[in-house]
Design a protein around this ligand. Sequence first.
Ligand SMILES: [Ca+2]
Ligand SMILES: [Ca+2]
Ligand SMILES: [Ca+2]
Length: 418
Amino acid sequence: MKRFALIGAVLIVFVLAGLIIADSRSINFEASQGYVPGSINGQNGWAGTLGGPIFTPPIDQEVVANTYGYTRFGGQSWRMSNAYTDGAFGDWPFSPSLANEAGETMAQKLGFSGGTRQSHFEVQWDFASTVPRSEQPGLQISTSPDRGDGARMSFIRMKDTPTGLSIEFYDYQDRFPFGSLSNPAAGCGLQDDFVLTTVASGLNRSRPHTIKLTMDFLDGPRNDVVKVYVDGTFRHAGGSWEDYFRWCTESGGGIPFDASADQSRTVDSMIFQARTSGGTAPGTLGNGFLIDNLTYFSSNGRCRNGDGDGDFDDDRDGHRHHAHFHHDSCEDGRGDVEDDDRDSGRHFASSSVNSATFTSNANSQTLTMIGTGLHDGLPVGFTMVAVDNGLTPGVFSLILTDGYSTTGSLPSGSIVIR
Ligand SMILES: [Ca+2]
Ligand SMILES: [Ca+2]
Ligand SMILES: [Ca+2]
């Protein structure tokens, strides 16, 4: 056991060193961070476009004392409603900028962001109703990763509905025919549009909920990966708004298409809005949503995940097994590992995963997971190694500290490591 613990510790250090966070912000709106009740304009770097003022009032937002009973919100939160809405960008509150922006290599920053460009942006926040016991009809607040001028690269909308709180996501989808340098208009045609996905609904109105958004910027069109998590659970994967900026010339260099200006955009902060297009609810004045525990960072690490499921034959004992594993580096849970020996009836299931390490070769991807679990009900340590060989079958191997081991390839199942 001791030897296993040591290997685990070494690997954990290796994993953390592999995902170097360029820089991060963690905002809890507390007095200890210097926040005072009232408009957030000018507090700790919150501002409108280019440091200009937030349009306040009439935008109904303020840092407030936590009189709402949400214990994890501490002494103060930030409140915002859609009693006032408009269609502008510069008016709305932008959170403080990261030192290092995130985006594609060619993404346009136009002086709104800077630092060393990163490929990954991640943001998480809590939100809760200021009126937990009843619906606030028409309440909606949206927020987007942004470089600081309203060139939003993704979109989340928080809403109150008769059946509880809901969360919506928009991405921009260029459908076939696809935009290209020789035919940019095909990326902004009648078949292409912003697409709404409801990622969660019916959420309990009387408690806070956590939203996490991860963005991986990959060079080239139609390949950015945006994932949405609600209360620690993965809900949806979609694209960014890259191809809106790339192909819809209204957004960039103007007409005609200009390949240097018509590019994706960088992000370094969050914009919070009550847009008229989402609906105005005058009755929410002085109420609305609370936002708290807002954290975001840019990095060059990206979300990695591995999934395997299927039957295999262990050639050493001739037994048929069923293997299963799951890990996603951007999920709060660390995943799980299972092995069923169908011939002997022995069963292993992980109870906790201590580390997960990805390694790459030219033709394969390997995921190593280390942790503890139960083998026929008795506690053991485990090491699982799964190899994704692309077009040829993947290989699953499991070693337990009680001396049990099994390995085999999965011709009928699948091992996908990305
Ligand atoms: Ca707080
Ligand atoms: Ca198209
Ligand atoms: Ca891209």
